[in-house]
Design a binder for this molecule. Structure first.
Ligand SMILES: NC(=O)C1=CN([C@@H]2O[C@H](COP(=O)(O)OP(=O)(O)OC[C@H]3O[C@@H](n4cnc5c(N)ncnc54)[C@H](O)[C@@H]3O)[C@@H](O)[C@H]2O)C=CC1
Ligand SMILES: O=C(O)C(=O)Cc1ccc(O)cc1
Length: 317
């Protein structure tokens, strides 16, 4: 691990224009060095996709796990790796924070100390309210160098070994501008995501956290709860051996990173708790219909769910 020598972090290089012997003609191309702080599935995928799109030309990976950094180098996700956040931040024009959301508090506080003038910071966290608050606190008077963007794409397997340059192609990315942010920085991050092939949608952080508590955070909690419940039963092994495609589809996301989802639950606890209350009411009603043998009421619920589910179109599919 450590620094790479003999190169300026931001410079302009001269590239020959065309291939018809006009090499004296040049166009000037701005080079950008990007740091990925937390080089796992999402950080690694941003690195690969933004490099593929020509948005950055040099990637530095920072992580607390040295094995992950070795994998990032082997997979050519990063050009350079370091265990020093300071080194990564000081050398970078663009910084992508991609650690679990609670870890963002300490990471933003460190970035605030070393962020250079003119550099921009973004993050990919699954929650917005508490992450933006952490950025505001940690970055202090450099908060106007930050813009948040949450890609709605990923997968249940964590780790840089699953990083994919096409993970975000045609997928939605949510931009949540808030007071104190610089519209030019918000625009730059939005443009980067669009150039890398994603569709950017804007909403408030509050709206984001309510919506994703319902359609992302709640389903993960339910999948974890179901697998945990069955796995604790004495006959778990007999039951799980019999599980079919329905169980597989419903519980795929229970294979996700427990640390990442623990952090999301704590970070967005009010909205998730509200969704759990609504879901419990729905289950109570269904249980009543089942206990009473109320076939019509059961079918009414299932019919409504079926019509809505069949009408769904998922971006990028
Ligand atoms: N997995 C998914 O499908 C999606 C995840 N996200 C968000 O992206 C972020 C990263 O998630 P993944 O890449 O999936 O997780 P991951 O587990 O694959 O990667 C996280 C990386 O952060 C490192 N890390 C943890 N604490 C750190 C610290 N204090 N300093 C430096 N590195 C640290 C870990 O060693 C790991 O390499 C999370 O905030 C998550 O909420 C957003 C969209 C989709
Ligand atoms: O694996 C899945 O199906 C996901 O739902 C991926 C995902 C996880 C967390 C996010 O904030 C966004 C997308």
């Amino acid at each position: 691990m450590g620094s790479r020598h003999g190169r300026n972090t931001r410079a302009e290089r001269e590239i020959p224009r065309g291939s018809q012997g006009r090499s004296e003609q040049v166009r000037r191309v701005a080079l950008a060095t990007m740091s990925v702080l937390g080089c796992g599935l999402i950080g690694g995928s941003v690195a690969l996709s933004w490099k593929k799109a020509g948005l950055v030309d040099h990637v530095i990976a920072f992580d607390i796990n040295e094995e992950n950094l070795k994998t990032a180098l082997e997979k050519k996700v990063a050009d350079e790796c370091t265990l020093s956040l300071r080194e990564a931040v000081e050398k970078s024009d663009i910084i992508v924070v991609s650690v679990p959301v609670k870890a963002m508090e300490s990471v933003f506080a460190e970035i605030g100390k070393y962020l250079k003038k003119g550099a921009v910071v973004t993050d990919v966290g699954s929650t917005r309210g508490s992450v933006i608050a952490a950025a505001r606190k940690g970055l202090g008077d450099k908060f106007n160098q930050y813009a948040p963007a949450h890609p709605i794409a990923g997968g249940e397997m964590p780790g840089v070994e699953y990083a994919d340059p096409d993970l975000f192609l045609n997928k939605v990315v949510i931009s949540t501008p808030a007071e104190g942010m610089d519209p030019k920085v918000v625009e730059l991050i939005t443009e980067n995501w669009k150039k890398a092939g994603s569709k950017v949608q804007e909403m408030t952080p509050e709206e984001h956290d309510r919506i994703f508590a319902s359609v992302s955070h709640l389903p993960h909690v339910l999948a974890y709860a179901l697998v945990d419940m069955i796995a604790k039963e004495p006959s778990a092994h007999v039951k799980l051996k019999m599980a079919g495609a329905g169980f597989r589809d419903f519980t795929r996301i229970a294979a996700s990173s427990p640390v990442m989802w623990r952090d999301i639950c704590i970070s967005n606890r009010d909205a998730i708790s509200e969704e759990l209350r609504s879901y419990r009411k729905e289950l109570d009603a269904l249980q009543k219909y089942i206990d009473e043998g109320d076939a019509q009421a059961i079918e009414r619920v299932f019919e409504n769910a079926m019509r809505n589910r069949r009408g769904l179109v998922f971006p990028g599919k």
